[in-house]
Design a protein around this ligand. Sequence first.
Ligand code: GLC
Length: 577
Amino acid sequence: MFRAVRSILLLFTLSLALSAPELVVHAAPPETSKTQSSADPWWKHAVVYEIYPRSFQDSNGDGIGDLNGITARLDYLHDLGIDAIWITPFFPSPQIDFGYDIADYSAVDPQFGTMADFDRLVSEAKKRNIRVIVDYVANHTSDQNSWFKESRSSRDNPKRDWYIWRDGKGPGKPPNNWFSWFGHSAWTLDSSTNQYYYHYFYTEQPDLNWRNPEVQKAMYDVMRFWLDRGAAGFRIDAVSRLFEDPELRDDPILSGTNAYGDPNIEHKYTDNLPEVHDILKEFRKVADSYPGNPVLISEADQPNISELTKMYGNDDEVQLPMDFQVADVNKLSARDFRRLLNEVDDNSAGGQPHYFFSNHDQPRQWDRYGNGTHNDQIAKLMATLLLTTRATPQMYYGEEIGMRTTPPTSKEDVKDPVGKLGWPVDKGRDGERTPMQWDTSKNAGFSLAEKSWLPVPPSAAQYNVQDEARDPNSILNFYKKLISLRRTMPALRNGDQTMLNFDDQNVVAYVRKDAKTGDAVLVALNMTAENTKLKFDLSQFGLKEKNGKSLIPATAGKISLENVTLQPFAVMIVQVR
Ligand code: GLC
């Protein structure tokens, strides 16, 4: 009952917030599903938006976001122009890794709602042409999962081999030198059966044994469970870690130590084993057995383009491999971005790239790319890069209003266990997971609780949806404008992409041209604090006119392509013929 009243209140507040005069005309997402051909699937044109459900909208006043909160904000997402939301795990979990430790793959954690809430979210999203992508944590479960409880109960339990159990090398000595990504040995001794189990992440996240066909079957059934409930696909967590070397060879030790005091190692025998691709093919078969082109997005933090290229399965593996190379340039380097975008074009063999800059594991782009004085302008520049290349863009909640990383100020306040272990070198990931900043009311409109699970950053006073919706120059309206252009202009929606001006140290520039309609745009991004003069000759693309119509910044007349000046960190999108 309270929940229902609260939802009505929330919808009311939301409609007030969004009834402010809108300055940007937004084209609603086109109706796709039925007429969609698999040659031109929806995910090629989608803008994907990641939601960390704990932090998006709390609908029941407990300080933690939930599924009904997401449903209440669907109109906002629709208005922004979002086509698909990826929701990080909302399944029953002890929340050691905030949901990435799953105790039951086929249920909803009561703190996030019920299965009926999920069904309602999917159906309300569908009414707004928004698809729901579910997180698929394939590498490991929680140690509280009934599968693991059975597995650890005795050496001859039928599920013993569902996880990786090995004898140690001797008293107090684990089977080998493998280290957990989250610090210390990747092996934990289970004293009752006197064997070690393997965990790439926290001790409480035992790795599944993907060499066991029963595990494979159980996990494909998990996919079917969510596809049957209307999920539009999966973001597959930590996929490159599914397999380990069966001989358990020691990983090579590198120089130095990490934030947890462990020696740096190369994860040679636990990452990117070739068997991963066999499983990706099976994932794809499951996805393809459903109508509507369900999408598979891989969290594949591949070290270079040749490893990433293997993730582009085109027709038989994942459709969208997240590109960590592009995400983690970590400086405004025209040269690096141009090289990486070009490399992707040369290597993706027709596959569709998937770019992002922020997520729940990465410090936010506002400060990671910001220079301390031009952060808002740089946020717009990064938005332009994200939303104008041919890659499918993935946004992280709050980037569209310029949310910044706000780490805890003392160790006692840290929620993310890696932040406790690595403090103060690694403060963990709380800083990028703070509540969404909706307005200037209590807890920035995120929650009516006394205290939200993470504090609302002070920046919410200026950076919030309500205020930015009214400001024509806000980051929010800039995102809306870009998304709307991406949706409506054939060049940005479908066009080929060619990088320009390879010697330019300051500016990344590219042309997108749609072969069918001839529609073309020139995009230029000044990655420096200097005024930069530029000249473009686009005749090799059949674009003979020396003038173009500038869409961003919007100008009345045409501008000359032979004499362009870009202000510090300015962007330019020009329609060219
Ligand atoms: C992925 C998730 C991260 C989680 C880890 C272990 O990298 O994005 O949040 O901690 O997997 O599940």
